[in-house]
Design a protein around this ligand. Structure first.
Ligand code: ZN
Length: 197
């Protein structure tokens, strides 16, 4: 096999859930059936790495120092909702029931996978929570074992800041992930959040 083709297949294996077989199929598909799509994909990936950075305030990907949501004066900057992933932010925004700010952890504590407080930049989270405008911190990590452990860790970490700390309500089934919850249930979870400190 051509080395270039082999490199393409190896590169595609970095995608989640893609093994050698699917990577090979994808490579042939891109080359044979959709060369334009393949070029667009390559350009978009390069462009993303060239121009996207992390928002200084919420950690989300954006092209500016602070993202549009964080710099929106119409948002309530006294509430900060801590979530695991950018996809969770999209879900909360779809509920139209939350108008505060967010902080994205970009993961969850998972010691077995080598993800500890340092990997999740918990010190940046602490600094963000220190902001004197923030009166309430809502912890909206998933209701999984790791999500709950992350919630407990954050509660301990920031309790000395004297802010109100709440956890979204358990209207969601145990073990459930925000990304796969319907907007109605999620809207209820945030409006019925429980104070935990
Ligand atoms: Zn932001």
């Amino acid at each position: 096999m051509s080395k270039i083709l082999n490199d393409l297949i190896e590169s595609l294996k970095c995608l989640p859930g893609v093994g050698p077989k699917s990577a090979t199929r994808m490579a042939y598909y891109l080359l044979q059936r959709d060369p334009d799509g393949a070029k667009n994909l390559a350009n978009s990936i390069l462009n993303s790495f060239k121009h996207l950075g992390k928002c200084k305030s919420c950690n989300n990907f954006c092209e500016t120092t602070v993202c549009d949501l964080c710099s929106d004066n119409g948002r309530d900057n006294s509430v900060l909702c801590i979530i695991e992933m950018p996809t969770d932010l999209l879900m909360f925004e779809q509920t139209h029931s939350y108008n505060g700010l967010y902080y994205i952890l970009m993961g969850r504590l998972s010691p077995l996978d080598g993800i500890g407080p340092k990997e999740l930049a918990m010190n940046s989270l602490y600094e963000r929570c220190k902001d004197e405008n923030i009166k309430e911190v809502i912890i909206a990590t998933n209701f999984t074992k790791e999500g709950d452990a992350t919630s407990t860790f954050i509660t301990e970490l920031i309790k000395d800041l004297g802010k109100k700390i709440s956890r979204i309500a358990r209207g969601m089934p145990s073990g459930s992930e925000i990304e796969y919850t319907d907007t109605g249930t999620l809207a209820q979870a945030i409006s019925e959040r429980k104070n935990i400190n």
